[in-house]
Design a protein around this ligand. Structure first.
Ligand SMILES: O=C(O)CCC(=O)C(=O)O
Ligand SMILES: [Fe+2]
Length: 347
């Protein structure tokens, strides 16, 4: 190697080492940065609730509300930014073959049917080339579902790919796009119909009847719900509440079980691009993943409704059965009935 080439090579090595060190430092501070952003976002949210509780507002209150909304938007953006940086730091370290924080370069750690994150993805895929990434870790193909569900997958889970027509999807999207966004629900956008629900109110006043035009369900959803009844997938097409969740840039929803004051069946329509919904059994910790395709319908009843938590995997791309799939923009509609009317605020 000539002198000049050698220097260049050495500089390159040095640069690479510096970059790796930066990435490692970055990865160290990111969890704290993310948790700070979350805490700040929570504080903003509390301010929103307080401002809502101060009854009938004059001009000042409107200004406060607007300021709070802007702060909220900024927090949401900060969070998306940090999530993206965290993912890119992780990818960089994987490419560099560096061990992840708190992990030796050992065997993949398996807990129940889940392989914990923390080993580089390439290494995990070497052990099993058909892995799927969920919000809890990787799972093998046998724990994933992409075609019409069988009851043994999760009792009470019904997955119906392609149930909505393209025309129905278009009609729903047109109605949603013409409506305003609530912007009160963490970083993803939401709209509510029928009854408004605030996830912070656990019992009394958890739901309020919405004013027209939000008192009715979005366009054409009733016809789809009736078709689900006609086809024997659903006992009743009567739902009281619909929430629209809009996910972009790798956004997700944390693992949760829908509130107990909602009824037995929870129905979800998936519009636009696909996403992975993962399920975690509350008792055993077992994990399953479902690929929610555009125009699919998902119904949760029985165990799927009560004994398993569900989440939308937050990630800029999907790892599904060993393939990396692009992740775009997904809009979902979730329909719920009210089972306990005691939580509804007085008019
Ligand atoms: O986007 C989805 O399909 C899930 C939404 C959800 O779980 C909820 O709003 O409770
Ligand atoms: Fe949910």
């Amino acid at each position: 190697m000539g002198g000049f080439t050698k220097i260049r090579a050495e500089q390159g090595e040095k640069q690479k080492a510096l970059e790796e060190r930066d990435m490692a430092v970055f990865q160290e501070v990111l969890p704290e940065a993310v948790s700070k952003a979350n805490a700040a976002e929570d504080a903003v949210e509390k301010a929103v609730i307080t401002s809502e509780m101060i009854s009938a507002g004059g001009d000042d209150l409107d200004e406060v509300r607007q300021a709070v909304q802007e702060a909220q938007k900024a927090m949401g953006e900060a969070r998306i930014f940090l999530n993206a940086k965290q993912a890119s730091a992780r990818r960089h370290l994987e490419r560099a073959g560096a061990p992840q924080k708190n992990e030796e370069l050992g065997e993949p750690k398996q807990q129940g049917n889940v392989i914990a994150f923390g080993i580089p993805q390439v290494r995990a895929l070497k052990a099993d080339p058909k892995l799927t990434a969920t919000s809890c870790g990787y799972v093998a193909e046998e724990y994933t579902l992409s075609s019409a569900s069988v009851d043994s997958f999760i009792p009470g889970l019904v997955y119906l790919p392609g149930f909505l027509t393209v025309a129905e999807e278009q009609e729903l999207l047109a109605a949603i796009e013409a409506a305003t966004w609530d912007g009160d629900n963490k970083s993803r956008r939401t709209q509510q119909y029928g009854y408004g629900f605030h996830w912070r109110h656990r019992h009394s006043n958890a739901l309020v009847k919405l004013e027209p035009p939000r008192d009715a369900m979005p366009a054409c959803s009733e016809a789809i719900l009736e078709r689900l009844v006609r086809d024997g997938h659903l006992a009743s097409s009567a739902f009281d509440q619909c929430i629209v969740n809009d996910y972009t840039g790798g956004q997700g929803i944390k693992a949760h079980r829908d509130r107990e004051f909602f009824g037995e069946a929870v129905v979800g329509f998936s519009l636009r691009d696909r996403a992975i919904m993962d399920f975690r059994c509350i008792r055993s910790g077992e994990v399953r993943a479902v690929l929610l395709e555009p125009r699919s319908v998902l119904i949760l009843t029985k165990d799927a409704r009560w004994s398993w938590q569900h989440a939308i995997t937050p990630a800029p791309t999907l790892l599904w059965r060993g393939s990396t799939l692009p992740r775009g923009h997904r809009t979902s509609l979730t329909f719920r009935s009210i089972a306990d009317w005691g939580v509804v605020a007085e008019a």
